[in-house]
Design a protein around this ligand. Structure first.
Ligand code: ATP
Ligand code: MG
Length: 437
């Protein structure tokens, strides 16, 4: 295990001051998996004030109550937390109090899963009192201690467990899995922001679809809107799956990206509410994208998602079923509204939606290939689809005598005509049009 130099320096400083210092948790786990850890956490026998004393002006008391000091290093901050024992838990959330200890093993015992309860120090000594390495090797996720108690203490661990299963391809040990289901209602007491953080690390996971399939009732605690999809028959020859299975197949068919995964999870959430059956007994979901859009917006707000993220997902949900004719004009129109990034995303969404349908209808992929070819060509030709590409700007229009909101309106009108191909994107032609208008 290669410990980065700046983290090594932190460990050395603590040891030089006479304390124990270990890399712990996610970084040890990820390194054993051969993955490069996102962050390196350090745990130490030093009390917070001792840590602060050891680092002088480089130590920042970011979470003293929980024993955390952030050490500024040339390669970014490193969190140093004193060995601690968590006191009694309140409301399935936070410990009432924490007590510091000089025992690493006591600190490891408070951690959630065996694979997260391993530590390693500068000399390569390895501490693993709960068999985390063996579990990791066998691909098993298991609570440290009694799973019911651990999930009752902090219900967020339920979602963390599912997150590790999805991202690291771990199988949840049966006792842990049963406890996770039994205690799911505790998630109702967990802050939306904490749920969002874990859930959004779960969705891009390689095995997110399997985990969603295995535990819908857990996700239903914070997103009950998902539950009517489960087992909802579509009664339509385009579909070989119920709405939930279709959703999961579509989700698995997009790249491991949060916006795309979230869009696929929500794209048909409005279907159960939009269902009708015609005289021939065929099922339809007229207007479901608009219903999905409304539900998705509400669900994302509930999780306190950022505005830009929410608006992007909601728009892709709204557009997922729109037909975009394979013509230069309609691709330019879509580009104008969505921009390149989201139009490319939309094509991926449509591909995945189609792959979630009955295989007899997969030839729609060819239409999407065509749309993509046109898009690539238009971009290579530097086709105009935004105001900043337009051959005239606001100043030109002011010079023509326009003012105030009329300037913006005129620019939009010109852009519309250029996008539709009724005017060329040439300065003189555009100005001429305005003079005549
Ligand atoms: P990653 O950083 O890759 O998202 P991680 O396991 O490092 O995953 P962090 O949130 O960084 O997750 O937490 C660091 C360590 O702290 C964990 O590995 C675990 O040992 C412990 N931990 C974090 N959250 C909890 C919790 N809710 N209950 C018990 N232990 C926890
Ligand atoms: Mg971490």
């Amino acid at each position: 295990m290669e410990i980065p130099e700046n983290v090594q320096a932190v460990l050395k400083t603590l040891e030089a001051a006479g304390h124990e210092a270990w890399c712990v948790g996610g970084c040890v786990r990820d390194a054993l998996l051969g993955q490069s850890p996102g962050d390196w956490d350090v745990t130490t026998s030093a009390l917070p004030e001792e840590t602060l004393a050891a680092f002088g002006s480089h130590g920042v008391p970011t979470g003293l109550k929980h024993g955390t000091v952030t050490v500024k290093t040339p390669r970014g901050p490193v969190e140093v937390t004193t060995f601690r024992i968590d006191g009694a838990y309140r409301d399935h959330r936070r410990p009432e109090s924490v007590a510091f200890t000089r025992s690493l093993d006591e600190d490891l015992a408070r951690r959630d899963f065996t694979v997260n309860a391993m530590a390693r120090n500068l000399r390569g000594e390895f501490r693993d009192p709960f068999g985390g390495r063996e579990d990791l090797h066998r691909g098993i996720l298991r609570c440290v201690g009694d799973p019911d108690r651990r999930f009752q203490e902090d219900a967020l661990r339920i979602l963390r467990g599912l997150r590790f299963a999805a991202a690291l391809d771990l199988e949840i040990e049966p006792g842990t899995a049963a406890a996770l289901r039994r205690n799911r209602e505790g998630l109702a007491d967990v802050a939306a922001e904490r749920i969002q953080t874990e859930f959004f690390k779960l969705l891009p996971g390689k095995h997110a679809a399997e985990v969603l399939r295995g535990y819908p009732e857990v996700f239903g605690v914070f997103w009950p809107e998902l539950l009517p999809m489960v087992g909802f028959g579509q009664r339509n020859r385009h579909h070989c799956y119920d709405v939930w299975e279709h959703t999961l197949h579509a989700l698995a068919a997009v790249p491991e990206d949060l916006v795309l995964r979230c869009t696929m999870l929500l794209h048909d959430v409005g279907k159960p509410d939009s269902f009708t059956v015609d005289e021939a007994g065929v099922g339809h979901f007229y207007g479901h994208p608009a219903v999905s859009r409304e539900l998705a917006d509400r669900m994302l707000r509930r999780l306190k998602c950022g505005t830009e993220f929410r608006e992007t997902v909601v728009r892709l949900v709204e557009w997922h079923d729109k037909d975009i004719p394979r013509t230069d004009k309609s691709i330019r129109r879509a580009l104008r509204i969505l921009g390149e990034r989201d139009l490319r995303r939309l094509i991926l969404v449509k591909r995945a939606d189609n792959f979630g349908q009955a295989p007899a209808y997969w030839d729609r992929q060819k239409e999407l290939d065509k749309a993509e070819e046109i898009l690539d060509r238009l971009l290579a030709e530097d086709a105009c689809f935004s105001l900043k590409q337009l051959a005239v700007n606001g100043r030109d229009l002011l010079a023509l005598g326009l003012s105030g909101p009329a300037v913006g309106a005129a620019l939009e009108e010109l852009l519309g005509k250029v996008v539709d191909g009724t005017l060329p994107n040439e300065r003189e032609a555009l100005l001429e049009y305005l003079r005549g208008a």
